[in-house]
Design a protein around this ligand. Structure first.
Ligand code: ADP
Ligand code: NA
Length: 333
């Protein structure tokens, strides 16, 4: 009985990477274009400040992320696009969920363990509670589907647990049990320097990733220098086992081209990396250059961006406000 609705978000905590694009943004666009769901996408600035952000940089990163969404194909006429902090219902529902979720659930989150590291006593309370805010982001829209990269799987399981526990504690069938959508060849894009680590904007090595703002020469150079092995490409997927760097480049090719890994290997099996890497560079530049050009143009059109975000926040609140009101009633407020 829930309207099929997609929600997802990206943190404005630095530049966008190819990992964010293939694992998240490109798939947001695909779901928008499929037209089977109402699509709601958000820049999650409240999540970004769980670790300290320079205010001016945060403002700029938020603008740049918005430009990235639009340049990648998010159409404000088809999707709702806004800033998390402009819709206070996210934080309001998050408080309720802080009272539903258990300490033990949070302590098990691998992202918490990774990010807080050995100095957990000095991490922010917000970083610890991050997954409860994420559950609120999703459930304040009664979203049924959430496209994300592989690294967010555990947080989405927690979102399901929050919905189930809330419904159970209050004897209602109010929040949907959300389905993660982790599909396609590039749900976990890996670092170019180390095939066991995910490609990330926070990696100190710029050569480890492609940034959405990199120019053609930089993209080609990073791909040329990406770590690989000396063997030729296999013609079947099982030939990529135990070859994480090779597998990563093939996955990226598949993600960018829209082909399956099998289709890519049917085509390039037997080739050496010296031949495959230029093919990958050409494809990456063809797909990414128009996006970075459009991002740069939009960064000069601040009014246009602000108008889109204000409109998106208004649309988002129309959905979120009644759901928050009903939640308060259920809880006894
Ligand atoms: P980051 O992980 O880069 O700090 P976010 O946490 O804001 O960025 O993640 C935004 C989206 O991008 C999430 O859906 C996440 O799963 C996805 N994502 C991030 N890095 C990768 C990657 N290397 N490969 C695939 N998807 C990724
Ligand atoms: Na992430």
């Amino acid at each position: 009985t829930f309207t099929p609705r997609v929600f997802s978000g990206i943190q404005p905590s630095g530049g966008l990477t190819l990992g964010n694009y293939l694992g998240a943004m490109k798939r947001f666009v695909d779901m928008q274009e499929a037209g089977t769901h109402e699509t709601v996408y958000c820049m999650v600035d409240l999540h970004a400040i769980t670790v300290w952000q320079d205010p001016d940089k945060l403002r700029r990163a938020t603008r740049e992320l918005c430009a990235g969404f639009i340049a990648a194909g998010i159409d404000p006429a088809k999707s709702i696009l806004f800033n998390q902090s402009a819709v206070p219902e996210h934080a309001q529902l998050a408080w309720i969920f802080n009272c539903v979720a258990r300490m033990g659930w949070m302590q098990r989150m691998t992202q918490w363990k990774d990010k807080a590291g050995k100095n957990a006593q000095n991490a922010s309370l917000g970083l610890f509670a991050y997954p409860a805010l994420m559950a609120a982001d999703i459930l304040i829209y009664h979203a049924t589907h959430v496209p994300v990269g592989e690294d967010q799987k555990q947080h989405l399981e927690l979102t399901r647990d929050v919905a189930i526990k809330f419904n159970h504690d209050y004897g209602v069938d109010f929040f949907p049990v959300t389905e993660p959508v982790i599909e396609g060849a590039a749900t976990r894009v890996m670092s170019f320097r180390d095939g066991t680590k995910k490609m990330s904007k926070s990696d100190p090595s710029d050569a480890s990733r492609i940034n959405m703002t990199d120019d053609a020469d930089t993209i080609a150079k990073k791909i040329r220098k990406a770590k690989t092995d000396p063997e030729a490409l296999p013609s079947e997927v099982k030939g990529l086992e135990e070859r994480p760097e090779a597998r990563n480049l093939v996955n990226i090719y598949a993600g960018l081209s829209g082909l399956t890994v099998d289709q890519v290997l049917a085509d390039v099996g037997g080739k050496q990396f010296s031949e495959f890497k230029p093919m990958l560079s050409e494809l990456a530049v063809a797909k990414l250059a128009p996006i970075s050009t459009e991002m740069a143009r939009l960064m000069q059109e601040q009014d246009e961006i602000d108008k889109i975000l204000a409109q998106g926040a208004g649309q988002a609140r129309e959905i979120a406000a009644p759901i928050l009101k009903k939640t308060y009633e259920i809880v006894g407020m």
